[in-house]
Write a new protein. Structure first.
Length: 242
């Protein structure tokens, strides 16, 4: 079995990867084992040069495209997507990029992102607010495209928190049904504290692992920007505009 997790950044990709790896006995692909970038060309080149190992899973922030799905179907592989409340997603992204200031691999590999403009700034700095207004929509559109494509098994971060057994059961029904014992074991294995203990490199990626943390960090100005610039996108994702 081969699975690609294709989701926006800071939606819970590592958590979902852990769950699916545990449930199906898959190996995490990391670093140079994965395609060099979220493009169809990079995916095709990787397939030609290295191949998609059997019984493995990785995540990449692919935008949806028919061309990508043609390549995925040719493997064949499954695609799963995790979606998260945009308010929490923005806060998680802000704190994540702060950890990148001292990450030499990010600049060396040319993996800087538009959100890196927030590095070293407060969350309500004009540059952070400008990114929220003019740059954050790309991540929202990425989630919408996968949700509306019908080509990915979709789960929501909030559902995994509220009722992980039901959420995972529904997800695996779309991929390959499994018995409840595997689901229970995966839930235990992939609790945030266990995940951080098992994979030290995730400390840059996992911070609060909670729902509603945005209420502790976003100001009225952030909420105004969300309403004025992103309300239709938030609603298409299935979330409430605050």
């Amino acid at each position: 079995m081969r699975i690609i997790i294709a989701s926006p950044p800071k939606a819970g990709n590592s958590w979902l990867k852990c769950l699916l790896a545990s449930i199906y006995g898959l190996r995490w692909l990391t670093g140079d084992e994965t395609p060099d970038g979220p493009t169809v060309d990079a995916f095709a080149r990787w397939l030609t040069e290295r191949g998609f190992p059997a019984d493995s899973v990785y995540h990449q922030h692919y935008p949806f495209s028919p061309a990508l799905m043609d390549a995925v179907d040719g493997v064949p592989a499954h695609v799963a997507t995790i979606l998260r409340d945009p308010y929490d997603m923005f806060v998680s992204l802000y704190f994540f990029v702060q950890t990148q200031a001292e990450n030499p691999n990010r600049a060396a590999k040319g993996r800087s992102r538009d959100a890196d403009v927030m590095i070293g700034r407060t969350i309500d700095d004009p540059e952070s607010l400008a990114f929220l207004a003019d740059g954050f929509d790309a991540d929202l559109r990425k989630g919408i495209a996968w949700l509306e494509s019908g080509r990915s098994a979709v789960v929501r971060y909030e559902a995994l928190h509220a009722d992980p057994r039901s959420a995972i059961t529904e997800l695996t029904a779309q991929l390959r049904p499994v018995d409840s014992a595997r689901i229970e074991r995966a839930i235990e294995d992939c609790q945030a504290e266990n995940l951080l203990q098992q994979r030290k490199g995730l400390k840059r990626r996992i911070r609060a692992a909670t729902v509603g943390d945005w209420k502790n960090h976003l100001s009225d100005e952030h909420l105004r920007i969300m309403r004025d610039r992103h309300a239709p996108l938030i609603e298409r994702l299935g979330y409430t505009v605050v």
